[in-house]
Design a protein around this ligand. Sequence first.
Ligand code: GLC
Length: 746
Amino acid sequence: MNINSMVYAQSYLDSSVSVDERVEDLLSRMTLEEKVGQMTQLNITMVNHEGVQRDVSLDPEKARYLLQNHHIGSFLNGEAVPPEQWLEYINELQSIAVEETRLGIPIIYGIDHMHGASYLEGSTIFPHNINLGATFNIEHARQTGKITALESGPLGHFWNFAPVLDLAKNPYWPRFYETFGEDPHLLSEMGRSYVKGFQGDHDLFPYKLAATGKHFIGYSVPRSGWDRTPVDLSMQTIHEFHRPPFQAAIDAGMKTIMVNSGEVNGIPAHASKELLTGLLRDKMGFEGVIVTDWADIGKLYNFHKTARDYDEATLQAIEAGIDMSMTPTSLRFNESLLNLVENGSVTEERLDESVRRILKLKFELGLFEHPYPSGQGIDEIGSNDRKDIALKAAQESMVLLKNSENILPLSKSIEKLLVVGPSAESKRNLAGGWTLAWQGAAEENYPESMKTITEALRNELPNAEIISMESIGKKYSKTRREFNEVAESADAIIIAAGEEPYTEFVGNITDLSLPEDQLEMIRAVNGTGKPSVLVLVAGRPRVINEVVPDTDSIIWAGLPGFEGAEAIAHVISGKINPSGKLPFSYPQFVGHFIPYNHKPSAAYYFDDTVANDIVVDVEATQMWEFGFGLSYTRFNYENLELSSTELKENDRITAKISVTNAGDIVGTESVLWFLTDEVGRISRPVKELVHFERVTLEPGETAELTFTIEPEIHLSYPGFDGESILEEGYFTIQVGEKKSRFYLEK
Ligand code: GLC
């Protein structure tokens, strides 16, 4: 007999009943073990045949044992396989959960589709978030979210562990590229847009999908720059810089949050009631599911050493406020939680709080009515239309950092081009980590249709002879001679530099410089006297200051995804006029990096004298500042006007600026508006991004852009307790190089 028919009469399976009633009815039927099972998420390796991530296939006996005896509510992970294989695996797993367990509670499957459906063969792979940030165009975040949903939702991937909402502050951090950049406003707008695109109110499938804001909170600023290492962070900084992106996504309806694996101020986030309950629940109003990161309860005792054993670690995490444990390769959490309830350390009422949230999530996604993958539209996966959308995002993310001799765009008459460097023939470098597999995959696994930079240049410049040399430099001395011969006859040389794929601790480094063999290669190219174009394909800003003066043109390409090579070639050929702007401050020195929104005291010196030639101009310590990006045309900002130069807290004033395309080709400009609060009882950043918009202008065309300043929104700042502070005084609005001052009277 079908398990559901035995209990159908009960309201939890009746979709005409309210979600809350269904939750309460189901909860009332659940045993303690079933509740603990719903709070547990296990890895694919616990239910597949080979016990490795890439094996997306079900061993039904393993699954049956875990679902029937331990009532597991969620599973995660896998690697890129064809959609049909995902469908078979998820269907088999779900049918055991729904058809062969006492209550038939569907599982929810979680996965890291970080920039498109990362773990799906043939999917559309977008630029990573750091590139989306460089576009200052929230539409790309929305499209990334939506197309990720379109390509992963049909497979039963109901839960995506994205977007990353961490703030990129430490360029050493190996997950720098997973963020939208260093500015809270930019991250808030991008994160909100991604959530709306992914979770959307689109009726793509019979069920809804859940996004995940991660990693709450303060994960991205480890003192050492190494992943998951200690962070010291004041609550002031948390409220002011790290909270806004999470708040914006929560306010946009984001359904789940994943916790930061590191410690903040000595308390691991997974054991911090202050962060997970005091801040996230009580202050920020988050009511969804809080899931741990990978094995992070266990790490409380075997890594952070804040707990003497697993039971104590579980108690700390439960008391902090987690709902689900990504255990994920053992039943230790289940065992410990049962022990804790049985010995009275944890009440069943506390479990009910978490189980309610988990059941509510499953009911709201419609999983009880539609537990199985819809399989809809899988023939659209990776369609050309979607590739074009990803290409546009990649194109708009290209940042032209230098073009002093106007080498770019390359002349159409160019006959011979030499392409050198580790990214010249590499597909994997263009997509970075979280692509096909956790750390990226072997080169041969990347799509046939995907181009390398060399191939894309050949397509873009069909009349030119394009010669590629993977790498030259000291350790390739034998190719040095070949290089000199080829370089001699080349009209220009493209240096495709950068990083191999990585993520998390695998990407930890101790020197932010671009690797010496690549610097050597750049010196060799510049030594030829030929026009040189450096293309940086990397997940973080590697320091290149010593080669900048002699390199004619520099393009920051970031990690532009599967369409990235074309985007790079389009900038080099002039098919597109670059419009990207840095979403982070590009450091000049390996040991000194200052964000654009630094404090006034970021550099101390005597009066205005320069003591012993120490660099005292803070902006000068950056190679390029947040918001920097060149175009093949130029834009003039004129006539910044304010509707008033004074206002009271309930007034508004409107700022107006004229932007003109003063060049001779069409161009797009991201217009960034900054505000400076000149004096603050808690010191204020020297400037803060408060608004951005893009405008496309024909040669000679002028656009008038406005921005309305609302004191409570734009002139206030959070205090130590997160409450809003609005102080009387002078403020300055800046757009382009134009500034205008006004006074807020309280
Ligand atoms: C990893 C990452 C997290 C990811 C999770 C599941 O350790 O920190 O971002 O979502 O585990 O793969």
